[in-house]
Design a protein around this ligand. Sequence first.
Ligand SMILES: Cc1cc2nc3c(=O)[nH]c(=O)nc-3n(C[C@H](O)[C@H](O)[C@H](O)COP(=O)(O)OP(=O)(O)OC[C@H]3O[C@@H](n4cnc5c(N)ncnc54)[C@H](O)[C@@H]3O)c2cc1C
Length: 390
Amino acid sequence: MSGEVVVVGAGPVGLLLALELVRDGVQPVVLEALPQPSNLPKANGIVGRAVPVLHSRGLYRALTGRRRPRPAPRFMYGGFAVDLRRLRDNPVYVLPVPQRRLEAVLAERLASAGVAVRRGHTFSGLSQDSSGVAVTVDGPSGSYSLRCDYLVGCDGAHSAVRKAAGIGFPGAVDDAVVSRSAHVVLPKGAVSSLTARLRAPGGPYRPYLFHRTPGGVFSFARFPGAPHLVTTLEWDASVDDSVPMTVGELRASLARVLGADLAVEPPSGTGPHVLRRAVARHSRIADSYQAGRVLLAGDAAHVVSGIGGPGLNLGILDAVDLAGRLAGGGPLDGYDQARRGPAELVLAHAAEQSALLGPGAEVEARRSSFAASLATEAGLRRVAEAIAGG
Ligand SMILES: Cc1cc2nc3c(=O)[nH]c(=O)nc-3n(C[C@H](O)[C@H](O)[C@H](O)COP(=O)(O)OP(=O)(O)OC[C@H]3O[C@@H](n4cnc5c(N)ncnc54)[C@H](O)[C@@H]3O)c2cc1C
């Protein structure tokens, strides 16, 4: 068997890359290890420059039913509600869509374009020479080989393609921070029906914002079709990560962060519901986005425990850039250079946000000087560009 381009991974980035290739006249082979699309809740939306790009492909309307994206009036950064209405060319766009739906719509389009994702087909190895790449795949009926001109790893943070190509994934791990998130039912009347703010000690708290308190960080939000999503961050490395996460654990964390009990309860219904504890935050970028005829895009090339969802924006823009080059529109060896810079900036901005949200009295001084810079047009522009990402 042969194919010009083999894409490993049918997450959002692999699916979009495949669609872009078809649009440019290249028929890819798409391999996906999972036999069925994953049901796990992940992203709730896309933030940044990828939104107008998706709109130019007709995807904004398909995903939201709305005609065109408009710049977001405000967004969060480092626990600040940033008012973007003061900017003339506000670059911040938001596409509120659950990742599962994004993947379903991309997969439907790909199927209509005549590309069937090979589900249950796991990439297991590669070897390359000057004329192409030999790919080994474990399929439902056994192992087989493919030969292609180029192989693209869109297989996520633990990318087997990246490892097989010998590309390192260096970065930083902040192992002092513990993040807990769950879908919950909030106490009756806790959220004002007038202002949508949560009444709790130290509040009222606005939704969709990270709030820094003396005990940590707290946020709550409600996305269509799901219960409230509550998140805490605490700087406490002593947690036993082998114990399964519970809503009770989140409630205990909320009591420490808010300084008072907020009686959250597990939601009813089938879900799937978020119930997650993450100990440590990883920020990594691949040593190179390219090793010969093997390329990386999306989380395979970069991960960031970003506040405000920068991952999909970066990955979507990787896919669009790379597809153009693979289809003959630009030099392939410029890909790393074109896409590494935006990922580095996103990682730097995530680190800035963590520093603004972190514990300790000295953070107050940093926050005051950040607030002062936000009051200037240049400062606001810098932060808006940071939110819009690469
Ligand atoms: C809880 C959570 C919330 C998030 N919220 C946001 C958000 O709001 N906004 C945002 O922008 N980002 C968010 N992110 C990040 C976002 O989900 C990722 O950036 C995004 O999934 C990256 O897409 P991808 O296609 O690169 O990789 P993935 O989505 O990880 O897809 C990789 C695919 O490759 C497949 N695969 C893996 N190995 C193999 C193999 N050997 N062979 C074949 N297939 C393989 C996997 O099964 C998977 O389908 C969130 C992430 C998490 C975990």
